[in-house]
Design a protein around this ligand. Structure first.
Ligand SMILES: Cc1ncc(COP(=O)(O)O)c(C=O)c1O
Length: 439
């Protein structure tokens, strides 16, 4: 019996013994509206991922990032049209090494400015601060809930070096406008693509327009490696630098099987690498950056390669679930969902819902949660309201962002949300509508 058959047999036996095993991951369980919740997202897995995970562990001689990770990096680059990628242990780690790499590559100085929206996820902003750069904030607009591009223009100073784009819930905006602002002012466009993997503008990936991009493989995202992230760029030096920061800061840039070459891919592993030290040093222990350890395990790379094969299906289901759910919620007076712009093809992370006021949002969210339908805030709302950021900037300067927590939330549109679940959501929304009419 082959290893793969043995693993298949093991999974089948385990499931037979315990009916509760892997139902979520395998998407095999029927939805029971009395007991089950509609989670906003989750791993869209089946036995292929479990098979890949076991194979990687059982065959692995090292187990940490190796050939399986390197294969995923290559396939991810090919799929999303970037020449080079490095996998990390999370999307937050990806942002951290992305900014560190860009700072070094472009020679940005401490205190140089990066423009970013104050509405979004904290670890888009934190790496700017952690790398001794200055985040300069802009508000959002109510039309698409993305950053206000007039403000982006107004906030440019002679210290601005880049704009860090992070379309919330994946919603693509007029990226050509940002490109022209960047061109006119000699700025780099960096993409936090954690929510917007495959979102397009005029037929091109949002990341096609950026000098480098990050991505997350947390289970809520389009594809998952349990935890994980990626930095991608067409400029090899940027990706090599990101890899170095993630691998303790070391100088050696061998990846996957290259690590087994006696003299490394550079062919001069043992050389006089240290200035002022006239002896041979092993390049594997030459440290060229003040680094971290943000490496993934090899198993995560193996899972990623399988997940990538499912990506196109994931994209289609996310889009159709979004449209269906948006049409259900828009039946409620005063509720609107954010629409895709005409030139966009958004790969939705969730269904953004804007309520007419705080009272309506509070009542609707409570009703959904009481009925086991998960909701989420529009991430942090205005990040500057949160205690950690109180000394960074004055949140009161961003009025639209301040209203976000009051009026906006999202529900999921992940492929783990089945037609049965959406029919259940529809029933609950209809109940909400009739209760609101009676009130
Ligand atoms: C826009 C954005 N950036 C960064 C991250 C961080 O990714 P991770 O959870 O993999 O660290 C997230 C998280 O979900 C996100 O939504």
């Amino acid at each position: 019996m082959s290893l793969s058959e043995l693993i298949t047999e093991f999974i089948a036996k385990a499931r037979k013994e315990d009916k509760k095993l892997f139902p979520f991951m395998a998407n095999t369980k029927e939805f029971d509206e009395e007991k089950d919740s509609v989670y906003y997202s989750g791993p869209y897995w089946d036995d292929e991922e479990i098979q890949a995970m076991f194979q990687s562990i059982l065959k692995g001689k090292w187990l940490s990032a190796g050939e399986d990770v390197n294969r995923f990096e290559r396939r991810f680059s090919k799929k999303f049209n970037k020449a080079h990628s490095v996998m990390l242990n999370s999307g937050s780690s990806a942002n951290l090494v992305l900014i560190a790499a860009l700072k070094k590559y472009f020679g940005w100085q401490d205190g140089d400015e990066i423009i970013v929206s104050c509405v979004g996820f904290p670890t888009t902003i934190n790496p700017i601060i952690q790398n001794n750069l200055k985040p300069v904030f802009v508000d959002i607009n109510w039309h698409d809930l993305n950053w206000d591009m007039d403000q982006v223009e107004q906030k440019i100073t002679d210290k601005t070096r880049a704009v860090f784009s992070s379309p919330v819930l994946g919603n693509a905006y007029d990226i050509e406008r940002i490109i022209s602002i960047c061109k006119d002012n000699n700025l780099e466009l960096i993409a936090d693509n954690c929510d917007s993997l495959r979102s397009k503008w005029k037929g091109k990936y949002l990341t096609d327009y950026a000098v480098a991009a990050s991505c997350s493989f947390y289970p809520a995202h389009h594809i998952t490696t349990i935890e994980g992230g990626m930095v991608s760029s067409d400029i090899q030096e940027i990706v090599d630098l990101a890899r170095s920061f993630a691998w303790w800061g070391r100088g050696c840039y061998c990846v996957g099987k290259q690590n087994l070459l006696a003299n490394g891919v550079c062919g001069k592993r043992f050389d006089k690498w240290i200035e002022g030290y006239d002896h041979v040093v092993d390049h594997k222990y030459l440290f060229t950056n003040i680094g971290y350890n943000l490496k993934p395990t090899n198993m995560q790379g193996a899972i990623g390669t399988v997940q990538l094969e499912k990506f196109d299906k994931v994209h289609e289901i996310r889009r159709s679930n979004k449209d269906w759910l948006a049409s259900i919620f828009e039946r409620i007076n005063g509720v609107r969902s954010i629409k895709e712009l005409p030139d966009a093809e958004t790969s939705w992370f969730g269904v953004p819902l804007v309520c007419e006021d705080k009272k309506q949002k509070t009542a609707l969210v409570k009703f959904l949660e009481d009925n086991k339908i998960q909701t989420r805030n529009y991430f942090a709302g205005n990040i500057l309201m949160h205690p950690a950021y109180k000394d960074i900037d004055n949140f009161k300067l961003y009025p639209n962002a301040n209203e976000v927590l009051d009026r906006v939330f999202f529900v999921g549109c992940s492929p783990t949300i089945t037609a049965e679940m959406i029919t259940y959501v529809e029933k609950i929304v209809d109940e909400f509508i009739s209760l609101a009419k009676k009130a």
